[in-house]
Design a protein around this ligand. Sequence first.
Ligand code: AMZ
Length: 293
Amino acid sequence: MQLFPCIDLLGGQCVRLRKGRLADVTVYDHDPLERARRFQAAGAVWVHVVDLDAALDTGTNNRQIIRAIAQDIGLRVQTGGGLREADLVQRALDAGAARVVLGTAAVENPTLVASLAQRYPGQIVAAVDAVQGEVAIRGWTQGSGISAPDLARRLADAGVAALLATEVSRDGMLVGPDLGGTEALLAAVDIPILASGGVSSLADLLALTRLEVVGRRVTGAVVGKALYDGRFSLEEALALLSDPGSVDTVDSVSDMAVDLDGRGERDVAGDVVDSDMTSPTRTSSTREKGKDR
Ligand code: AMZ
């Protein structure tokens, strides 16, 4: 499973919203490029960048930041927000985005999404952002009357490269991912599914890697607030996902990222490491792949 650390842009700053609401904003970085550099230094390959101003129609242009993350920093950028016309999609790809995410257009303009999917194979991802199963559009301010699995089937037929499934009521809330909703999408379509919203722990990530429906699995996870709030480090998450078989049970990682005694963070195998270290140190108690399974 590929990890997508997330950068949400609002007014040129890196923020997190709760449930996508503008009124519930926390600013994490005045300079989003600094955050992108830190993600890269921690080993990220991809970054998921949302232009909230474009998604919510609040006006500010974050395009130069997205261009810089792709071209100057060199992360692979998957970006969405406000991409509702062909020329905006083309501009985002020209600016260096590897993949673009279309949400509102996926509901309102399926013909456009199908033609873009044909024109840019492998680069068009459709967002299936749902509130209790119903797809939400226009910055999550409107319902659509369509269920997430129904939209997913239409989009799969349209030829999109992947679906990005967000459970809006969990986004920014650290309450765990929507495993049931994700399973429903895995059952509905046979194209890659990226899960977003609610991840709060390494155990949540592990649970997503272990979801399986008729042999299909989640291929990516977007993580935001958990990283920003230090629930676990990007290094820990990448280590876990590069070798999920090294951990025997979901429960065994559930309390490892936070060390309540303040002795430092724990790595995915439960070993205490110096919190100043940029990557966890493996010790002899770290399980080897396949052992104990
Ligand atoms: O937080 C929000 N209110 C929000 C958000 N994060 N609204 C939309 N989005 C994201 C979607 C998707 O990646 O998850 O923007 C993209 C869709 O935007 P649009 O403009 O195509 O519907």
